[in-house]
Design a protein around this ligand. Structure first.
Ligand code: SF4
Length: 164
């Protein structure tokens, strides 16, 4: 049975930077009942506390952070790239351990966002691109969806579950 990596905050775990969480989402609850879900919060796994200052990637995207060409900064200018990269590595280790090929990660996060993040100005301005963990998983061949793409994630999972 295919397993699926899911952002912990989408499962109601209060690990968001502001101590909040999201959900419940019926599809995620169903996958949990089937024993498919492997949960991760990359920022907490990388050593950051909850709550913690919001962070963004000024002038870059997760893929540039992976390559050392951009940094993840808090609004006060603290560089948290090391923790974000460690969290991404831990998420990748989970993917490799469980043979995971599909992930559902929280939209627009500087770690988990799969299509958009914020532009680094802390003004709510969105830009196209991936967070650090999403970029590393994508690079490793994982299909990364967000909580607004659960139908597509289900379709991807079903395609993988079909007997070959
Ligand atoms: Fe953690 Fe990702 Fe959720 Fe942020 S979006 S709280 S890093 S699981």
């Amino acid at each position: 049975m295919e397993k699926i990596l899911v952002s912990r905050c989408l499962l109601g775990h209060r690990v968001r930077y502001d101590g909040g969480a999201h959900g419940p989402f019926d599809q995620l609850t169903l996958w949990q009942s089937e024993g498919r879900v492997v949960a991760v919060c990359p920022e907490v796994a990388g050593g950051l506390p909850t709550p913690r200052p919001a962070a963004e990637i000024p002038g870059g995207q997760g893929v540039q952070v992976l390559d050392g060409q951009a940094r993840v900064l808090t609004e006060a200018g603290e560089d948290v790239s090391t923790q974000f990269l460690e969290g991404a590595r831990q998420a990748l280790a989970l993917v490799q351990r469980h043979g995971i090929r599909v992930a559902v990660l929280k939209a627009r996060s500087p770690s988990c966002g799969n299509r958009e993040t914020y532009d680094g100005s802390f003004s709510g301005q969105k830009v196209n691109g991936e967070g650090v963990t999403a970029a590393l998983l994508h690079r490793a061949g994982v299909q990364v969806f967000n909580e607004n793409q659960l139908a597509a994630a289900l379709e991807a999972l079903q395609a993988l579950d079909l007997p070959s």
